[in-house]
Design a protein around this ligand. Structure first.
Ligand code: ZN
Ligand code: ZN
Length: 376
């Protein structure tokens, strides 16, 4: 658990959340351990066998059920909070939930929960403590709040991008014929940590060479790099709760005219996607623009994924860049633009950047060279 120094932010977020809760006709919202709880309170709890649930009810203090040994840090919040702590005997945990619900006047009506985050573990305690309430999934309330980042969040994301870029440059000398993908993934992880990523890295890096590069979600293997291989590297850093997620593609030893042409198409698609990102555009327009470049070049069937996904505290979050997504882009929204061409039996190229929508268009947070570079 770590505390943000800027607690006034959390109260402002809670106020916005309370009005969304009311607009949705809910009496309260229950959030368990994870990024949304940290976003609302600055309190970081890992998802473990002991349930942690925070109740957000308009006009009420934030009401938190948590293990006794976690209460010290939770008491330090500078917004109104009520704690209901339990010890190590699980048979007493339902009493803590009952007392918390009691303090909220006994929950009734519709209480919001997150389909993508709440576990059956927490749900059973909630149902037991509040039999008069119905627990209904409203993930969209938190998505709506988190989708638009403030200046402090964007600064953290820029920092996560800077760390990732620095790590990649330190990593490149290790890329040589004969080295395995797994060794390179370990080296890149090390360089990310050295450059200041923490805690840990954004996600385990993808290092995919040769035929493996044609798989958009490859995991590193013991395959040794060979001359002429395409090499897709997809990596990201973590910084103060925010992440980056970048991809660059390299070629081993010597340039290949065909791969260079394919990489040029992907680069144009990446540029078109970034240029389509502007306030008032649809999220889907980013996908349409990037896909049009690849389709017109005759490779449409090899662009196997959507063009991107939102990023922030999570590696994948709203908005998602697929053609049908009608979400209107607004200043402060952050997402990836990552078109690719993946040809089974030959190889793949992906170029992934992180962008933020501005008042007038979009700003690309990542600046590493995008051309197909010869390495090794
Ligand atoms: Zn990625
Ligand atoms: Zn991505």
């Amino acid at each position: 658990m770590r505390m943000s120094p800027d607690l006034s932010h959390h109260q402002a977020r809670q106020e916005k959340f309370f009005s969304l809760i009311q607009d949705a006709g809910l009496s309260a919202f229950a959030i368990n351990a994870g990024n949304n709880l940290e976003y609302m309170t600055g309190l970081r709890f890992d998802l473990m066998e002991r349930p942690v649930v925070a109740f957000f009810a308009p006009e009420m203090p934030v009401t938190l059920v948590l293990p006794e040994f976690e209460t010290g840090r939770a008491k330090a919040c500078d917004f109104p909070v009520r704690l209901f702590a339990y010890g190590e005997d699980p048979s007493k945990w339902d009493a803590a939930f009952a007392a918390a619900v009691e303090s909220l006047g006994g929950l009734r009506g519709s209480v919001g929960v997150e389909a993508r985050a709440l576990r059956v573990l927490e749900l059973r305690y909630l149902e037991g403590a509040a039999p008069a309430a119905s627990f209904d999934t409203h993930d969209e309330l938190l998505s709506a709040l988190r989708m638009t980042k403030d200046a402090a969040e964007i600064e953290k994301m820029q920092h996560a991008v800077d760390i990732a870029q620095q790590a990649l440059l330190a990593f490149l000398p290790a890329v040589n014929v004969g080295v395995t993908e797994s060794e390179l993934a370990a080296e890149l992880t090390l360089q990310l940590l050295r450059a200041g990523s923490g805690p840990g890295v954004a996600f385990p890096p993808i290092v995919a060479s040769g035929l493996n590069s044609a798989n958009p979600h490859a995991t590193p293997t013991g395959r040794r790099l060979q001359e002429g291989d395409l090499l897709v590297v997809d990596w990201g850093a973590a910084y103060q709760g925010y992440i980056s997620d970048l991809t660059r593609t390299f070629i081993l030893g010597k340039m290949d005219a065909d791969f260079a042409r394919i990489a040029g198409i992907v680069r144009q698609a990446n540029l078109a996607g970034c240029q389509a990102a502007a306030p008032g555009a649809r999220a889907g327009d980013v996908d349409v623009a990037a896909r049009a470049v690849i389709t017109q070049a005759g490779y449409g069937e090899y662009f196997l994924t959507r063009t991107g996904h939102g990023i922030g505290m999570d590696v994948h979050e709203d908005p998602y860049m697929f053609a049908q997504n009608e979400t209107k882009l607004m200043p402060g929204m952050t997402f990836t633009v990552e078109p690719g061409i993946y040809i089974a039996g030959r190889g793949g190229v992906r170029i992934e950047d992180n962008v933020v929508v501005t008042e007038t268009g979009c700003r690309v947070l990542s600046s590493l060279e995008r051309d197909l570079l010869v390495v090794g």
